[in-house]
Design a protein around this ligand. Structure first.
Ligand code: IPM
Ligand code: MN
Length: 352
């Protein structure tokens, strides 16, 4: 198969972790006789520095004309600490999600048997956790009208959802539930928020289209608690943009490191694959960041993006071997020898 992949390394540790995902993908392509063309493009602070725009039109063209997008991370502290900055790296990511129509962010949370003791949570609580969030990605408070009033002393961010936005996300949730344990949890705050009531109403209306799926409706605050208390209570969870952002960071603790969890952002056209972690600026350039979340995002790209199951599995198997053999970066090494980002990438590529 000929695969054309847009490569958006972004900021901070983005370039380092992306480099490993490229090595690993090339190794898989070689093994299974595929031909990958990588097209790098600028995004985030790197793009602001180069051309003054965190998501330049050329980058959009590269993404829109590719079979998939592999994305690193975005964000730079020099913008975080400047509330008056007019352009921010994150705007690039949000514009990209919107422009590419990536309305569903699939974020699985699972445990690795060899890492079960690395989680701060008790082993018996988290063993066998296998759940997946479907986070709405192009609506809600992230994209509502925002601004200042009262000479800048009052600020607002509107949270807006249309029924259609809820429906298309929930549809993916129901379909995913059908392919798994047929349990779906709709996470909202319907006791307070009108948008949440629309979510709940819409999902309730859809229940009769999927009679086999058992749907539960839970408030986001309760889910935040139960998620770390009994994660195996959940299978597929659907939720709006901000709740999903927060809960998926929380859920990453179950697996033991933020550096492990991949994600896929999907819509009607091209899909994008990215680790759920951020740009981790403190580690940038040090060759210490865990590349596995990005490598596993590449596995998702082969599996769900290209429908190449064996290729994705080959990557997962290599990752499991590296974990079992202790070929890990410092976030997971705990006293024993820590491997560098590139050493882990080289090891995985060789192993494949
Ligand atoms: C994520 C990130 C982004 C988000 C930031 C960088 C804008 O935290 O992908 O979860 O909030 O969506
Ligand atoms: Mn986030």
């Amino acid at each position: 198969m000929k695969l054309k992949i847009a490569l958006l390394a972004g900021d901070g540790i983005g370039p380092e972790v992306i480099e490993q995902a490229v090595k690993v993908s090339d190794a898989v392509a070689k093994k299974f006789n595929h031909e990958i063309t990588w097209t790098p493009a600028l995004t985030g602070a790197a793009a602001i520095d180069a051309v003054g725009d965190p998501y330049p039109p050329e980058t959009h063209d590269v993404c829109a004309s590719s079979d998939a997008v592999l994305f690193g991370a975005i964000g730079d502290p020099k913008y975080d600490n400047d509330p008056s900055a007019k352009v921010r790296p994150e705007q690039g990511l949000l514009r990209m999600r919107k422009a590419l129509g990536l309305f569903a962010n699939v974020r699985p949370t699972f445990t690795f048997p060899s890492l079960i003791d690395k989680s701060p949570l008790k082993k018996e609580r988290i063993e066998g956790t296998d759940l997946v969030f479907l986070r709405e990605l192009t609506g809600g408070i992230y994209f509502g009208k925002k601004g200042r009033e009262d000479n800048g002393n009052t600020a607002y961010d509107h949270c807006v959802y249309s029924k259609e936005e809820v429906r298309r996300l929930a549809k993916k949730g129901f379909e995913m539930a059908m392919s798994r344990s047929k349990r779906l949890c709709c996470v909202d705050k319907a006791n307070v928020l009108e948008t949440s009531r629309l979510w709940r109403e819409t999902v309730q209306e859809m229940e009769n289209e999927y009679p086999e799926v058992k749907v539960s409706y839970e408030f986001v605050d309760a889910v935040a608690m139960r998620l770390v208390q009994w994660p195996s209570a959940y299978d597929v969870l659907i939720t709006e943009n901000l709740f999903g952002d927060i809960l998926t960071d929380e859920a990453s603790v179950i697996s033991g490191s933020m550096g492990l969890m991949p994600s896929a952002s999907v819509g009607s056209e091209v899909s994008l694959f990215e680790p759920i972690h951020g740009s981790y600026p403190q580690a940038a350039g040090k060759n210490i960041a865990n590349p596995l979340a990005t490598v596993l995002s590449a596995a998702m790209m082969f599996e769900t993006g290209f429908g190449l199951k064996e290729e994705g599995q080959a990557i997962r198997d290599a990752v499991n071997r590296s974990l079992a053999e202790g070929v890990v970066t410092e976030d997971l090494s705990e006293g024993s020898k820590a491997f560098s980002t590139s050493e882990v990438g080289d090891w995985l590529a060789r192993s494949i």
